[in-house]
Design a protein around this ligand. Sequence first.
Ligand code: SF4
Length: 227
Amino acid sequence: MTSRWAPGAQTAEEILAETIEHFGNKAALTCSFGGPGGMVLLHMASRITPKIPVLFLDTGFLFPETLRLRDEVAERYGLEVITYRPALSPAEQAERYGDRLWERDPDACCRLRKVEVMARAARELELEAWISALRRDQGASRRAIGTATYQEIAPGHWLTKVFPLAAWTRRDVWSYIVRHRIPYNPLLDRGYSSLGCIQCTVPHAGSDERAGRWPGQNKVECGLHLS
Ligand code: SF4
């Protein structure tokens, strides 16, 4: 078990650099290639070291635009994007748990296709730190996040989670993207404000960036960032 750690730096770039320096290859960046914040972190990380592992969880239900962006950005920045997939294919999941599990029990579906996959990735890569683009202004479920937290991703496996953009606003993110001409998911120009799996994402315009996720369900997070 690693011990608690938090960056002392203030700016996003400095927090990212300090985290990478402290944990070395035991730190990975996760990116969904859906929201704009992840694209900012990838750009910053590529300037610090393109060697940082970038983890991408492919649920098997992602938009083609998301997959294309992953390939384009990996090539452009020379980053190593490591794609992890669930243990069960969509067909195997339907066979074992029934059709359209995401409608009947989205928490179970997200656990199978995201949470367990992240835990496996962290174990196999022997990660001690996980860097992600969460921001406080994304919505009510993220309002209280700090720059760093500590999470037991699997029994006995604790990770330091670092959020360099925690204090950034949506405007900050888009200003950075425009300033540095960073590629982003084209669906964000077609009414979507947050992107996940196709069947659990709808276009949405409003102050809560994540309100277009799991429409009609009492759910706002996939479970990766609940604890
Ligand atoms: S977002 Fe929907 S389809 Fe994707 S893993 Fe979660 S419940 Fe399943």
